[in-house]
Design a protein around this ligand. Structure first.
Ligand code: CP
Length: 324
């Protein structure tokens, strides 16, 4: 496949054109079929990906690492506390050295107002592609997998309604990157988006502004509501998902108290009935079962959470094969 993507970074889908994203989805679909049919896909023989995880992961680590194995390459898991980052080695030196050895650098760094800055700095100095495994602003790989899941389910996505809603999950303060990446990408593919959150849980203003601009350019709608049910009403797909009130406060204790202020923002069957009969329930996982979502919903027939998780593998293999 001829593309212009070799050597490219993926920090946010905003940096990729529609044609580039379509090339990625086409290859992801081919790789998914090949895996189902048991055909090997050695597109990256002897290539190495470095994966630096500042934060915990189940899906992201294992889908990237397994993906590299299936492409004939090798992925190395790196924890900053076991690297010289722990002694203050800067992004430039880390980027330059890893670029001399291998073929790609993937980073998860979700610390608010730090993660994206670090990724951008590594990308500025690296001579190999830098792939965002989630930062404080974006989670592009999750949202690429989510879009593939929606397209597989519905085919043509123009005119679909997606609800993205905050939910009450008081066990910890989650980053803003999933809802922010959803509202940026989905309108570009013709999907009308309704974003619902209590006032204290607003997203970064420049991201909401970009989402509005994306929707306008694509002839779709992007609306913000402070009513939970608005995300569900007449929707084709819904992503009820918690995030922290980080734009309002970065104090963890205050943040957790704010989350507990809205216990009724919880996805249950009653809310699911507000959507179209075929509406799908989506969540990137991990979910706070019993609080942000009822078991009967996440384990029910409308749930596609494991399809989303599986599609991480396929879109990331396409991403690595095209860029590396
Ligand atoms: N959805 C997601 O990124 O999962 P992990 O945090 O387990 O990687």
């Amino acid at each position: 496949m001829q593309t212009t993507l070799k050597g490219r970074d993926l920090i946010t889908t905003q940096d990729w054109s529609m044609a580039e994203l379509e090339a990625l989805f086409a290859l992801a679909a081919d790789l998914k079929t090949a895996k189902r049919e048991g055909r090997p896909t050695p597109l990256l023989p002897a290539k190495t990906l470095y994966m630096i995880f500042f934060d915990a992961s189940t899906r992201t680590r294992n889908s990237f690492e397994t993906g590299m194995t299936q492409l004939g390459g090798h992925a190395i898991y790196l924890s900053p506390d076991r690297m010289q980052i722990s002694h203050g080695e800067n992004a430039r030196d880390t980027a330059k050295v890893l670029s001399r050895y291998g073929d790609g650098i993937a980073i998860r760094h979700c610390a608010y107002q730090e993660g994206n800055t670090y990724l951008t700095e590594v990308a500025r100095h690296a001579d190999v592609p830098v792939l965002n495994m989630q930062c404080d602003v974006y989670h592009p790989c999750q949202i690429l997998a989510d879009f593939l899941t929606i397209r597989e389910r519905f085919g043509n996505t123009r005119g679909l309604k997606l609800g993205v809603s905050w939910t009450c999950a008081p066990n910890y303060v989650r980053p803003l990157s999933v809802p922010q990446s959803l509202i940026l990408l989905m309108p570009r593919f013709g999907i009308d988006v309704t974003l619902a959150y209590p006032p204290e849980f607003k997203l970064m203003p420049h991201i909401e502004e970009q989402a509005r601009a994306n929707a306008k350019a694509a002839g779709t709608t992007f609306e913000i509501s402070h009513e939970f049910e608005d995300a569900f009403r007449d929707a084709d797909a819904v992503v009820p998902k918690s995030w922290g009130p980080l734009v309002t406060t970065q104090d963890v204790e205050v943040g957790l108290r704010l989350i507990e202020k809205y216990p009724t923002w919880r996805c249950d069957q009653e809310r699911m009935r507000l959507g179209k009969p075929h509406m799908i329930y989506m969540h990137p996982l991990p979910a706070d079962r019993g609080r942000e979502v009822a078991d009967e919903v996440i384990d029910g027939p409308q749930s596609v959470v494991y399809d989303e998780a599986e599609n991480r593998l396929h879109v990331q293999k396409a991403l690595m094969a095209l860029t590396m």
